[in-house]
Design a protein around this ligand. Structure first.
Ligand code: APR
Length: 236
C-alpha cells in the first residue's frame, strides 16, 4: 500500500554539481576527480586493502577542500524552503555544505567526509571535523580508522528512509547529478506521478520520465525554483 503524498513535503536529491560553484570538484565532468584519479585505486574496499595510505591521502585532500569551501546560494535556497515546507535533503555528496547552509534534515547516502569509522566495525563512527586520518589513527576499539564513505561495491547508507521520503513528497528537485550511480540514481523513479518533479543540471544524458529539465547552473536555477515554491507556485 503506497503511503499518502504529504502536500507539505519537499525532497531534494543532490549530487556533486550543487557544490561545484563552491569550488568542490565533481567526478565526471571535464576536470572531474575520476579524470585525475583511478576510482579503483582510491574508492573501493580492494584499494583500501592494497594501499590504505593512498586512500587516506585522497580523502584527506577532499576533506581539506571541503574545509575551505562555503555553501553557495543553491544550498542556502534549499535551506530557505524550511520556512514553509518539511524539507528533506537526500545527498550523494560527502561534504557538509547543506548542513552549513542551514538544512536540518540531511540524509547522506554515500557517507560524510567529516566522519571516520572503524575499519573492523562499521557501527563505530566518530566525528572528526576536518582533521586528517593517518595510518595509526585508531578507533576506540584499537582498529585503524577509515573514512566514513561508501566505496564502490559497498552498501549505500539510509536508502530505505530516502526512498520513503521521495515516495511521499509533493515536490521533488534533483540537482547536480549525472544519475550514474545506482541504487541512488534509481530513487528518482520512486517519486509519485502527481508530484511536481524537476531536475536542475548543466546537461542530462536522458531526461527522466515525468521530470521537467531546468538547464543551468545550480546557483541560478535552484533559487528560482525555491522562490517559486515558497510562493506556492509551480515552476514553469
Ligand atoms: N550546476 C548544476 N549542475 C552542475 C554544475 C553546476 N554548476 N556543475 C556540474 N553539474 C552537473 C553535471 O552536468 C553533472 O550532471 O552535476 C553533475 C555531476 O555529475 P558527477 O560528477 O557524476 O557527480 P554525481 O552525480 O554526484 O556522482 C554520483 O558518483 O563517484 C560517485 O560517490 C560519488 O556521490 C558520487 C556519485
Amino acid at each position: 500500500m503506497k503511503k499518502e503524498i504529504d502536500d507539505n513535503k519537499v525532497v531534494i536529491l543532490s549530487g556533486a554539481g550543487i557544490s561545484a560553484e563552491s569550488g568542490i570538484r565533481t567526478f565526471r565532468d571535464s576536470g572531474g576527480l575520476w579524470n585525475q584519479y583511478s576510482l579503483e585505486e582510491v574508492a573501493t574496499p580492494e584499494a583500501w586493502r592494497k594501499n590504505p595510505k593512498l586512500v587516506l591521502e585522497f580523502y584527506n585532500e577532499r576533506r581539506k577542500d571541503v574545509s575551505k569551501a562555503k555553501p553557495n546560494c543553491a544550498h542556502k535556497a534549499i535551506a530557505g524552503l524550511q520556512k514553509k515546507y518539511e524539507t528533506v535533503v537526500i545527498t550523494q555528496n560527502i561534504d557538509d555544505l547543506h548542513e552549513r547552509a542551514g538544512s536540518k534534515n540531511v540524509i547522506h547516502v554515500h557517507g560524510e567526509i567529516t566522519k571516520a569509522r572503524s575499519s573492523t566495525d562499521p557501527r563505530i563512527v566518530t566525528n572528526i571535523g576536518y582533521e586528517s586520518i593517518d595510518i595509526g589513527s585508531l578507533c576506540a576499539s584499537g582498529s585503524q580508522l577509515r573514512p566514513h564513505i561508501v566505496w564502490f561495491g559497498e552498501e549505500v547508507l539510509n536508502y530505505e528512509i530516502a526512498r520513503e521520503h521521495i515516495q511521499t513528497a509533493k515536490r521533488v528537485l534533483i540537482v547536480g547529478t549525472s544519475l550514474s550511480v545506482f541504487p541512488v540514481a534509481g530513487l528518482l523513479k520512486k517519486a509519485r506521478y502527481h508530484s511536481e518533479k524537476l531536475i536542475v543540471s548543466l546537461d542530462v544524458d536522458k531526461k527522466p520520465y515525468g521530470y521537467q529539465f531546468v538547464r543551468g547552473k545550480a546557483t541560478e536555477m535552484v533559487p528560482y525554483v525555491c522562490n517559486s515554491w515558497l510562493e506556492g507556485l509551480r515552476v514553469i
